[in-house]
Design a protein. Structure first.
Ligand SMILES: [Zn+2]
Ligand SMILES: [Zn+2]
Length: 393
């Protein structure tokens, strides 16, 4: 059976820091331990050599916020220290020689048995650089952040859909240098120390270690004349005008996602997404309940009592609505298919709420007629249940 590297995986313990340690603390601790255990300072001391290897490996993970996060998540899932039982990697041969590069490049393949989803997690953690050997600059790649912005549109625009120009000031690929960070007319040169990989390997006896290249700060490229606009970052604040298509039927407070329109990624990674939150101005007559359009229509007592046909506005025009005789105040009549059409093909209804309008003033003949009605209808008690209750007191 071939020997395997079984690695007790407490990177925090290796570096002698707590799991809450800041990046600065981690760096400080790593530097101290690396200096103390450096093979140059401890010739022939295998214990120091092993320790040096461990701290380099731990630092390789914990110094990268993305890797550290995945590592923390893996630890949480399997319990801190579960790693002592063995996260195993196939990288090491019987000689005990392994290269950190191999380790990170092969994680997913080596976790076949026994750990279920662990392979996936470590695949994410260590497989980051999977693919072409030497494509190491992508270790520094980081997806751009998502950005959210707001737009305000009118009710009718929300119902029918709209195309809006959107002005945005946000970090974007620097136009002056095209994102490479170098002053126009110059270009970044490949780091001569790491040959563009961003990592340097050091061999000590049977061991090979990788650490971020100091010359280029792990970027793989050196910029002699930084771009005056972005100071070499390749990203600057830009005002952009985007066209946003608001789909028909959008609701107040809904978000529209524009993939890839967020902050640009670093190191060639994908840009984040832009989320546009839509605020809809209320309409002076119409309201909305999901796909249904709502409207409150004042009606007279006579219309409710005798029945009537009333004309009601819709989004597009008008519609006749029949009020049956003896309709109560507040009743909601449904007009099918006159609501809000969504892009999925569904259309809501128009909901008409009838609300009795009491005349504020009556002229002589109106008053006379109403008094005659009151007299004639005195035999109908409008509130029999209340009358019944009152008799008992
Ligand atoms: Zn620039
Ligand atoms: Zn370099």
């Amino acid at each position: 059976m071939s020997a395997r590297e079984w690695i007790g995986k407490d990177f925090y313990r290796e570096l002698g820091v707590s799991s809450e340690a800041s990046q600065d603390e981690i760096k400080k601790s790593y530097r101290k331990l690396a200096r103390e255990n450096h093979p140059d300072a401890n010739p022939g001391n295998t214990e120091a050599e092993t320790k040096f290897k461990s701290v380099s490996e731990a630092y390789g993970v914990l110094s990268d916020p993305a890797k550290r996060k995945e590592y923390d998540e893996a630890r949480q899932l399997f319990g801190a220290g579960a790693g002592a039982g063995g996260f195993n990697f196939p990288g090491g041969g019987g000689s005990g020689t392994f290269d950190v590069n191999d380790l990170f490049g092969q994680g997913a393949a080596g976790n076949a048995g026994g750990f279920g989803g662990l392979g996936d997690i470590l695949g994410g953690l260590f497989g980051r650089r999977g693919g072409a050997a030497g494509a190491t600059t992508s270790t520094r790649a980081q997806r751009g952040a998502d950005v959210e912005t707001d737009v305000r549109i009118d009710f009718a625009e929300a119902v029918k859909g709209a195309t809006l120009p959107l002005r945005l000031s946000s970090p974007a690929t620097c136009k002056t240098c095209g994102g490479n960070g170098a002053k126009p007319g110059t270009s970044p040169r490949t780091c001569p120390v790491c040959q563009g990989s961003g990592l340097v390997s050091r061999s000590q006896g049977a061991f090979a270690f990788s650490e971020p290249c100091r010359e280029c700060r792990g970027r793989g490229k050196i910029i002699d004349d930084p771009c005056p606009e972005c100071h070499g970052e390749g990203i600057s604040t830009q005002t952009r005008t985007l066209t946003v298509r608001v789909p028909a039927g959008v609701d107040d407070n809904q978000r529209i996602r524009l993939a890839g329109q967020g902050e640009p990624g670093r190191g060639g990674a994908a840009a984040g997404d832009l989320y546009v939150r839509v605020h809809v101005n209320p309409h002076k007559v119409f309201g909305r309940s999901g796909n249904d359009l709502t409207i409150t229509v004042p009606v007279s007592f006579a219309e409710l009592t005798l029945g009537a046909t009333i004309t009601v506005p819709t989004l597009e025009g008008r519609v006749s609505v029949k009020v049956p005789p003896a309709t109560n105040n507040g009743r909601v009549l449904r007009v099918r298919g006159k609501g809000i059409a969504k892009r999925d093909g569904s259309t809501g209804d128009l909901l008409v709420t009838l609300q009795v309008a009491v005349p504020s003033k009556l002229d002589g003949s109106e008053k006379e007629a109403l008094e005659a009605f009151a007299e004639a209808s005195a035999k109908h008690d409008p509130r029999p249940e209340i009358t019944e209750m009152l008799k008992e007191r």
